[in-house]
Design a protein. Structure first.
Length: 342
């Protein structure tokens, strides 16, 4: 794939198709359209949204906002309701040379598309993306945001966040792709309810494509606002990450299996503890070490975000939600794989 093929055809700025899945996003969709309208990109930009049957005025608000901001909008019906079929429906209607995947829960700076297209053109990469920066409004959202910005916390953390230059990575959040990538590796796997991005990126890397993360590209993300919703989100992350790993026959990211090991160790030691003093001691030691880690990283997270010390207990409570939910999801995926292989 040449750099000219990537993002700058025929001496003109690459045209861009922004593709977005949507289901009951009335609270966020107007901000999405405003972000698209504010992009400083010099070329053609269109917005294609796949609606999974919203019943909360999302469609009406989307169409009204697009008309007010003069954003070219195509609305795609997504009867399957989950993300992959919706994104593939968007791809069928897309006219752009570059496909930029966006999300209703995120906020994008005016230079987002420009930076993505420029990096694609200069690097010849097959997918590029940036840093996911959680931005909370309520106390719980702010606590989740603090936890996500620690190495002990959420899936969006990366050790590359402080570097000045783009780096090659396994995956990026959302991403921007030359259109030809989908012709080479196929579209999003419609059997995957979540983690379809990880699967696509694994296929890109399998055939030699490069994925770049540029710390200068920033995306603001609004996290879940209740522990219950957060648990469900991370359980599904773990479940579908496990199924993606099973599909490819390997662990795509070693860090992602740590919550599974944690949950398995607690359950295993808990079962042995009534009959084994050693198991009781190990379980107690693990509980103490985990509690201290939660406390230490909660302080680390609030210091990075300059939040008040009083938020620390909420941040500490987020970590077990992350880890237990993700671990149980991966355990469920493992059980499903064992049962289907018999």
């Amino acid at each position: 794939m040449s750099q000219r093929e990537t993002a700058e055809p025929a001496g003109r700025p690459a045209s861009v198709s922004i593709i977005v899945p949507m289901l009951n996003e009335a609270e966020h969709v107007e901000h999405l359209v405003a972000d698209v309208a504010s992009q400083d990109y010099a070329g053609f930009v269109e917005l294609i949204v796949a609606d999974g049957g919203s019943d909360d005025e999302s469609v009406e608000l989307l169409e009204r906002a697009a008309a007010e901001h003069s954003v070219p909008l195509t609305l795609v019906r997504n009867p399957a309701r989950w993300v992959s079929p919706g994104l593939n429906g968007c791809l069928e209607r897309a006219r752009g040379d570059v496909i930029v995947r966006m999300d209703c829960h995120a906020h994008y700076p005016p230079d987002y598309v420009t930076r993505c297209v420029t990096l694609l053109r200069q690097s010849g990469a097959w997918n590029v993306g940036g840093m996911l920066v959680a931005v909370g409004r309520t106390k719980t959202e702010r606590a989740v945001a603090c936890a996500m910005e620690t190495p002990f916390g959420g899936i969006g953390w990366t050790r590359h966040g402080a570097g000045p230059e783009p780096v090659e990575v396994d995956t990026v959040t959302f991403g921007a792709f030359p259109r030809s990538v989908f012709e080479r590796v196929g579209r999003f796997d419609e059997q995957l309810v979540r983690n379809q991005d990880n699967d696509l990126n694994a296929r890109i890397r399998l055939v030699g494509g490069r994925i770049l993360l540029d710390p200068a590209i920033r995306v603001e993300y609004v996290p879940r606002g209740t522990y219950r919703r957060l648990f469900r989100q991370y359980y599904e992350y773990g479940l579908w990450k496990g199924r993606v790993s099973a599909k490819h026959g390997r662990v795509l990211n070693v860090r992602s299996v740590v919550p599974l090991a944690f949950v398995a160790s607690v359950v295993g030691l808990g079962c042995l503890a009534p009959a084994s003093g050693t198991a009781r001691k190990l379980l107690a030691g693990e509980a103490i070490a985990y509690g201290l880690s939660c406390a230490a990283f909660s302080l680390f997270g609030i210091s990075r975000r300059r939040e008040p010390l009083g938020l620390a207990p909420r941040v500490a409570a987020v970590f077990p939600v992350f880890h237990v939910a993700h671990g149980l999801g991966m355990f469920r995926a493992l059980l499903d794989r064992v049962s289907t292989s018999r």
